[in-house]
Design a protein around this ligand. Structure first.
Ligand SMILES: [Zn+2]
Length: 336
């Protein structure tokens, strides 16, 4: 069977700023993705304002010019009103991203106290810059960190009713329920890893560091709730891979880095996951409609064609970076 769809949007990608950047960026289109939000937690300095966003997008375009990069500026209590205005007026910037301090890569100077951000949220609401959240509370038990954030999410939706909020990479049944209860200004992204993995794929038997990301994959009930959220066809749930390349050496080190790389295999893998879960009819909305509509973007007109006529074995690694479901045989691949 062949399936032709609009090329995908990926509304949460890490493309880095070092020698991993060309490895990931040059494979965006290989994964069937032509537009995406590029996350700001890069080294040596994060993308904090429109000026640094323009510079970063320029560097990415040197590697792959044929892709629409939408930047995120990293929010902090030192974000000013002018920085929000400049971001809204900059065509390269789409959102403001907030990390809790110390939860993930290069988030050491993230936000510890939400109340310190209220002025910034007010400007974002006023000028129309969506707020993207890594919704985990630091220094709580890891499996409860997302759960602990949900009251904050509720409060933000209440206090800033006109602010668009995206809860990124959701991982629990309870979060799905909360997103459904909040207003239509609140949406969520879902990653491929949270659709295929549970905590047992990381911790049961031998420790598998390649399945380790933040938020960590939870229980089978949680995984099923994410699948059900997509199956429901609710436009609040759309695609963001959170693809985050780390070299095998960094993943297999004594202190393994969280993050799972999926950029080169997005379309084959997601299509296979959707087929396995009997929801291929929901794929187009999830990957190229709901997110675009939430952000007020035109839909992609370029198409990709997938086929299940020959299985695809996901490579063991891409230039030293191990992808999600490495070595796994999947049913769908981009048609030649
Ligand atoms: Zn991320």
């Amino acid at each position: 069977m062949k399936l032709t769809l609009p090329a995908f949007d990926d509304f949460h990608i890490h493309l880095r700023n070092d020698d991993r950047m060309p490895i990931a960026t040059s494979r965006l289109r290989m994964g069937g993705v032509i537009r995406g939000i590029v996350m700001p937690n890069i080294v040596p300095k994060s993308v904090d304002d429109a000026e640094s966003a323009i510079a970063y997008v320029g560097r990415l375009k040197e590697v792959e010019p044929n892709f629409t990069y939408l930047a995120a500026i990293k929010l902090s209590p030192s974000t000013t009103e002018q920085m929000i205005i400049d971001a809204v007026n900059c065509p390269d910037v789409l959102i403001g991203k907030q990390y809790p301090a110390g939860v993930t890569t290069n988030s050491e100077n993230g936000v510890t106290d939400i109340s310190s951000m209220y002025e910034v949220y007010g400007w974002m609401e006023k000028y129309g810059l969506p707020l993207s959240l890594h919704g985990e509370v630091p220094r709580t038990p890891v499996l409860d960190a997302e759960h602990a954030f949900l009251p904050i999410l509720r409060q933000l939706n209440k206090d800033f009713p006109n602010l668009k909020i995206i809860m990124e990479h959701i991982s629990t049944a309870e979060t799905v329920k909360t997103i459904l209860e909040l207003s239509d200004k609140v949406a969520a992204t879902i990653t491929p890893q949270h659709l295929v993995l549970t905590i047992n794929d990381i911790l049961a038997g031998r420790l598998n560091v390649h399945n380790y990301c933040m938020p960590v994959a939870k229980t089978e009930d949680d995984r099923q709730a994410l699948i059900a959220a997509i199956k429901s066809g609710n436009p609040k749930f759309f695609f963001g891979s959170d693809s985050a390349p780390h070299y095998r050496t960094a993943k297999e080190a004594g202190k393994s880095s969280p993050g799972i790389f999926s950029t080169p295999v997005i379309a084959p893998l997601l299509t296979s996951i959707f087929a396995e879960n009997d929801m291929l009819d929901k794929l187009e909305n999830f990957t190229s409609k709901f997110g675009a509509e939430f952000y007020g973007l035109e839909r992609n007109t370029e198409t990709i064609t997938l086929s299940d006529e020959e299985p695809y074995i996901i490579p063991d690694e891409f230039e030293g970076i191990v992808p999600l479901c490495a070595n796994k045989k999947i049913a769908w691949n981009l048609a030649k």
